[in-house]
Design a protein around this ligand. Structure first.
Ligand code: CTP
Length: 405
């Protein structure tokens, strides 16, 4: 995240962050900061009790905008403050949301600026509860949460764990990344990939030799995960078919685990039937051991021969009315080899990179790629973050999708 393209994408997007009085308010500061870094205009409305935990100045310094704490301060910017805030919000997120605030909005109270704004807005509303386990499990609170959920509010969390009171159980504010994912999913609903079904594969497959060993590769999964996250933020319905990776999966997407090339093939063939786009960023093994030893192979022999057999080429096998994007990791003749793969596998685009470059390819956060299309046009991109590369690929995918409509 935080790529230039992410900032452009969220330009003119407004999130109203409602902050209520909970010890977890410090996480809301982090959430505001992350959204600002992604180019979102964040308006913060704090309840009176929230200001006891952290001052409005903290949020103001991060958002570079006035922080709103009550309805009665004279303002020059708005005529009716809660109406203006409610109208310009693309998403309203209340994080942390106390039991008290949840109870009040569940019943339509309009006693403070946050409640008035929630009552007035036409934007989607996200509520991230944070409270003590007893309060959360109380049937009154459960009933209030059920009420707002039924009304279409999205509830994120709470997480379980150790609470400020020392008790254990549900009540912790959800992780910032989880709340952020829910917000970005709503913001993406008007994105250029809105409603498109995109299947992305990522990571490196592992082909078992015996119960404790496998043949693997150095793929970290970072490129595929960046594509999945970027597509989600542009409104796509993303399914990520993931082999082994070293990074946590992005939230707000469907995750399918596929350890071996065969499992990945099964998942992708099935998912591609209803997909608009398939992007194969996974490093799929070309060969697997012909036989998998049922017990651990012992160290008895001097030499050991492994017989390998070819796996099926997933990209080539998937046919149908969908956009196919492949990757080509090459160590020589980059353009020639990549164009050969584009043609052989019937792709619309191939993203080629030179794996011998130290700042591009496996494990690192940056990549330097060439995007080649069917006409043979090669677009050489400079070194950029994997998130930026992801958006560049998706720009081309969005273009291809609009041409086929
Ligand atoms: N791929 C696939 N199924 C395989 C192997 C690769 O779908 N069994 C996909 C990869 O995910 C990638 C593209 O095909 O998007 C090219 O993969 P790459 O490993 O660069 O090429 P190969 O076709 O395996 O050819 P080679 O290894 O000989 O370069």
């Amino acid at each position: 995240m935080n790529s230039i393209l992410e900032r452009v994408m969220f330009k003119n997007k407004n999130v109203l962050l409602g902050v209520t009085g909970s010890i977890s308010v410090y996480k809301a500061v982090d959430l505001a900061s992350k959204m600002v870094q992604d180019g979102i205009d964040v308006d913060v409305v704090m309840t009176e009790s929230a200001t006891r935990f952290v001052t409005p100045l903290t949020f103001q310094s991060i958002t570079h905008r006035p922080v709103h704490t009550d309805m009665w301060t004279p303002v020059t910017e708005f005529n009716i403050k809660h109406v203006s805030l409610a109208e310009r919000a693309n998403v309203v997120a209340i994080a942390p949301a106390t039991a008290n605030t949840i109870a009040r909005i569940a019943r339509g109270f309009a006693d403070d600026l946050l409640e008035c704004t929630v009552l007035s807005t036409r934007a989607p509303i996200i509520v991230a509860p944070a409270m003590d386990v007893g309060m959360y499990q109380n049937l009154v609170t459960q009933d209030n949460i059920k009420r707002i959920r039924t009304r279409g509010y999205k509830i994120v969390g709470p997480a379980s764990g150790r609470l400020a009171s020392g008790l254990e159980g549900p009540g912790r504010l959800a992780e910032v990344s989880e709340i952020q994912a829910a917000i970005y999913q709503f913001l993406g609903q008007s994105g250029d990939l809105a409603g498109k079904r995109i299947v992305v594969s990522a990571g490196g497959t592992q082909e078992p030799i015996d119960p404790v060993r496998y043949i693997g590769n150095y793929s970290s999964g970072k490129m595929g995960y960046a594509i999945a996250e970027a597509a989600r933020n542009r409104g796509a319905l993303v399914t990520l078919v993931s082999a082994a990776t070293s990074v946590p999966p992005p939230l707000g997407i469907e995750l399918v685990h596929a350890r071996t090339a065969h499992q990945m093939r099964e998942a992708i063939v099935e998912l591609s039937l209803s997909a608009n786009v398939l992007i194969m960023a996974a490093a799929v093994a070309d060969y697997r051991p012909r036989d998998i030893a049922s017990g651990k192979i012992k160290r008895k022999q001097k030499d050991l021969k492994l017989e390998l057999t070819k796996t099926s080429d997933i990209l080539e096998e998937v046919k149908g009315n969908l956009i196919k994007v492949g990757f080509a990791a090459e160590s020589e003749d980059l353009l020639k080899n990549a164009t050969g793969k584009l043609n052989a596998k019937g792709l619309h685009l191939i993203v080629a990179n030179d794996i011998t470059a130290p700042d591009a390819g496996f494990s690192v956060d940056t990549n330097r790629v060439v995007i080649i299309d069917r006409s043979g046009q090669a677009d050489q991109l400079p070194l950029m973050s994997k998130s930026e590369v992801a958006h560049k690929i998706l720009d081309r995918v969005a273009q291809l999708l609009s041409n086929t409509q």
